[in-house]
Design a binder for this molecule. Structure first.
Ligand SMILES: Cc1ncc(C[n+]2csc(CCOP(=O)(O)OP(=O)(O)O)c2C)c(N)n1
Length: 630
């Protein structure tokens, strides 16, 4: 613990600190945060940007009585440090350690969990209404970034909050960045407010000087009021927010604690919704992060002295192979377009974006818009690929059904971070996509067993899909196999990897490698397991699966997806439809949310690695022999 921090009781003691002491505390926090993230990985740049903002909030408001909601929540590290989690901070993002996001079950200072973007204002409206209905007294504050403000939900909530005149404070943390540069008209508008001090000056003059001159002042005010599309917009900063019913303050320097405290105090005396526009610098206080805030948005362990990733990087990730394949496909197919929702580099689309800027769309954090737009691009005759993390695709479920599948439009979903994703935890695991996509008519789904197969699947999706198709792959390195020239896979066909007659194992996607290892070990224990790589989760290769299921007499399925409605369920449905009443055992994620931790460790914990599959197979096939049911 830093020298100053050691003697303090947070967050209460913050109110006693002088401006200089708060500055010193900010430096201690930065130092601790940088060292911890260098060891554990995490969202460094955003957190460095909000140290002073968080100190100003906690020295103005009384958490946990007052409720502070962090949009996305990736920037809540200072908040965690100031609310009883200082000593546990080195466990950040580790299995059973502190989460990288706010969680109601982690602290009473986290009134509402986050992880996905643009939810904070809705949550603030709900809490404020609950407070009023129960006749309670506390403040509700939502802190939202300019990136998160590109998400549609934020506007729905602003619109509603203004309409019902909800008593709440929205702090707009504007660092002019999403993960990369922010996109869109709102970002440009905020940029104008930020960069032109005349806006602030004119607002002050308008309110305090002109308004006070008896006749002339009134006239100007009323003229401005009448000229809604003109003068008023010129002289009033934050007019968009004012029109939505918010009182706007700002822009204010987000690294000046005293200035922010003053504004927060003023804001908290106003009735109705208030928005304070705070300008911060992403990565502030660590040179490497200031210079490359995008690289330090979410980063693995790194070397403090040079900011470079720690550990040798061997082999390509699925994301990298996807990115390269997209460039290759883009060269071949001039009608191929790529879409991302604010995750250009996360999804591996940076090279495509650079090479084909006219065929690339970053729509902001707007997954719903991305899906409907993709559907319409397909309706217009081009071939859209929407690259998106499994967990964020959840946002666009209705659009997948209503806009894509009902109209049978050939949109390709490149579903990255499918399965167990690791350290980001519950809100970021991609454990539902097989279930939620499989249940939609006309949707096809492929899952590659390795990075080479990913290329073939993308090629097949682009060249041969009869309608909407999803290719799902994990946040992981590939198996290090040779990358062959992308080619067409037979539609709806799986492959038999191993013959056997004691047990049929069917493993989805990257679980094939683990299942193969298990099957080989089983052989030496006298269990002859057949193994199928289904390639297609939908449509299933019925003939192949039924043939080997009959021959083996029992079926073990493996998937890194929830069991409910997932791949194993698909196999059970097939067997039931064909009247094949065989014992089936399914390995996958039972009815739980998977917490944060390393992907490999979690796969092992949930018996989805080679050892887990082997153990399950031994007890399953062994039981068959013992009971003599063959
Ligand atoms: C629905 C959804 N899509 C994508 C993401 C991934 N994501 C996490 S933070 C972020 C950028 C947020 O930008 P901003 O709100 O400005 O915060 P900053 O990191 O700049 O402080 C994105 C796109 C997400 N969390 N949720």
């Amino acid at each position: 613990m830093g020298e100053l921090a050691r003697g303090l009781n947070f967050p209460g003691d913050l109110k006693k600190l002088s401006p200089d002491e708060l500055k010193r505390l900010a430096a201690e926090i930065r130092d601790y945060m940088i060292r911890t993230v260098a060891d554990n990985g995490g969202h460094l740049a955003a957190n460095l940007g909000v140290v002073e903002l968080t100190l100003a909030l906690h020295s103005t408001f009384d958490s946990p009585r007052d409720r502070i909601i962090w949009d996305v929540g990736h920037q809540s590290y200072t908040h965690k440090l100031l609310t009883g989690r200082w000593d546990r901070f080195p466990t950040l993002r580790c299995y059973q350690g502190l989460s990288g996001f706010p969680r109601r079950d982690e602290s009473e200072h986290d009134p509402f969990g986050t992880g996905h973007s643009s939810t904070s204002i809705s949550a603030a409206v709900g809490l404020a209404q609950a407070r009023d209905l129960k006749g309670e007294q506390y403040k509700v504050v939502a802190v939202i970034g300019d990136g998160a403000l590109t998400g549609g939900m934020a506007y729905e909530a602003l619109n509603h909050a203004g309409h019902i005149k909800a008593n709440l404070l929205v702090v707009l943390n504007d660092n002019n960045m999403s993960i990369a540069s922010n996109v869109g008209g709102m970002a440009e508008y905020l940029g104008r407010l930020r960069s032109d001090p005349k806006y602030f000056r004119l607002k002050a003059e308008f309110e305090h000087t002109v308004g006070r001159i008896p006749v002339f002042g009134k006239k100007v005010v009323s003229t401005a009021e009448r000229l809604k599309g003109g003068l008023k917009y010129l002289v009033m900063p934050g007019m968009i927010f004012e029109e939505l019913g918010f009182t706007y303050f700002g822009p204010v320097d987000g690294h000046n604690i005293t200035a922010m405290k003053n504004i927060f105090q003023r804001a908290s005396r106003i009735k109705g919704p208030v928005l304070v526009h705070v300008v911060t610098e992403k990565g502030k206080g660590y040179g490497f992060a200031e210079a490359a805030p995008e690289r330090f948005h979410g980063i693995g362990p790194f070397d403090l002295s040079n900011g470079r990733p720690r550990g040798k990087k061997q082999g390509l990730t699925y994301t990298e192979v996807f990115g390269r394949t997209m460039v290759r496909l883009g060269e071949e197919k001039p009608d191929l377009v790529a879409i991302t929702a604010a995750m250009t580099s996360g999804t591996g689309l940076d090279q495509f974006a650079e090479k084909f800027p006219d065929r690339f769309y970053d729509v902001g954090i707007a997954e719903q818009h991305a899906v409907t737009m993709a559907a319409a691009l397909a309706a217009g005759g081009v071939r859209p690929v929407f690259a998106v993390y499994s967990t964020f695709l959840q946002r666009a479920y209705d659009q997948i059904i209503h806009d894509v599948c009902i109209q049978n439009l050939p949109v390709i979903f490149a579903v990255d971070r499918a399965g167990i994703t690791g350290e980001d935890g519950e809100t970021h695991q991609g454990l539902f996509d097989l279930s939620f996509l499989r249940s939609i008519p006309r949707m096809s789904i492929m899952a590659p067993r390795n990075e080479d197969e990913l290329q073939h699947m993308l090629y097949t999706a682009v060249h041969a899909a009869p309608g909407p198709v999803a290719v799902r792959y994990p946040r992981d390195k590939g198996e290090g196999v040779e990358l062959t020239a992308p080619s067409l896979l037979p539609w709806g066909k799986g492959e038999l990897l191993k013959e056997g007659d004691d047990l049929l194992i069917i493993a989805a996607g990257t679980r094939v490698g683990a299942a193969l290892e298990a099957a080989e070990k089983l052989f030496w224990q006298g269990v002859r397991a057949a193994l199928i790589n289904p390639r297609f989760i939908k449509p299933l290769d019925e003939e192949l699966i039924l043939t080997w299921a009959r021959r083996c007499g029992r079926v073990l399925t493996v998937e890194d997806n929830v069991l409910a409605g997932g791949f194993g369920s698909a196999i059970m449905e097939l067997l039931e439809q064909k009247g094949l009443h065989l014992p089936v055992k399914r390995l996958g994620i039972d009815d739980i949310f998977v917490p944060h931790g390393p992907r490999a460790a979690l796969l092992s914990y949930y018996h989805l690695d080679a050892a887990g599959i082997y153990e399950a197979a031994v007890s399953f096939a062994g039981a068959k022999k013992a009971k003599g049911t063959r």
